[in-house]
Write a protein that binds this ligand. Sequence first.
Ligand code: NAP
Length: 255
Amino acid sequence: MTFRILILGGTSEARELANRLAGQRWLETTVSLAGRTKDPAAHAVPMRHGGFGGIKGLVRHLVENRIDLLIDATHPFARRISVNAAAAATRAGTEAFALVRPAWAPRPGDAWHVHADIASAVGALGPERRRVFAPLGRQELHPLTSAPHHFYLVRSVDPVDPPLPLPEVRYLIARGPFSEEAEVEMLESHRIQAIIAKNSGGDASYAKLAAARRLGVPVYMVARPEYRGLPAVETVDEAIARIRHRVPPDAWRGA
Ligand code: NAP
């Protein structure tokens, strides 16, 4: 018996899940990445890279590769692939669920202003020049150009190329996780007065919010898109439990 799993990845949870499934001899697990990051983190299972070609392409992939279970473990802000995954699973008749980390909630001392998208968060920074930290993806930075009077500190995994047409911008290339101490130091050394962040959830990028709370820096928080479409679990342990349910008990090795 072979049980074929396709994980739509691009998150630390997808990587952790894949690594925990790697040693299971009954399972054939593949992780799919969009191919955005130049040097993606290694996974302990085979990987494929690049889009499928919309819903149709994903249906074809599921059928041709005889996938038994599709797990959408993409980032909460990667909406299109999640919509496609739900539609393709239905059309192909493939069992599917999503692994979505819970959103962050404000804690006492946080100064959050919640916005529906990045453009609205940028607009809310106001007419006075501010020093703004923008830990956003390369493809998401365009709205910053609508408010060129601010100084921006942009942090991304890969270099921003071409650079933004902004008079005052500095780039940090870094991949999390980050410690709270390091984030405090970074915000202080750049004299940051506001942060634009997406409500991604999870531990890997939470430290900037703890640091902002400590320093009293306001956060312009972009709420995550609501739609997922598939039944969802929130943790890797829950995902493992669901998968274990689908294979014979003696097929599972270890915890
Ligand atoms: P998106 O807008 O939802 O998807 C755009 C297209 O990229 C999809 O229609 C699909 O192309 C392809 N795609 C996306 N994820 C894929 C995957 N795991 N495997 C194969 N193809 C994929 O996605 P996005 O927001 O650009 O994010 C791209 C990837 O980066 C995702 O895998 C996500 O997990 C990761 N990521 C995103 C964010 C974020 O904030 N958006 C943050 C961290 C990591 P086709 O239609 O051709 O199949």
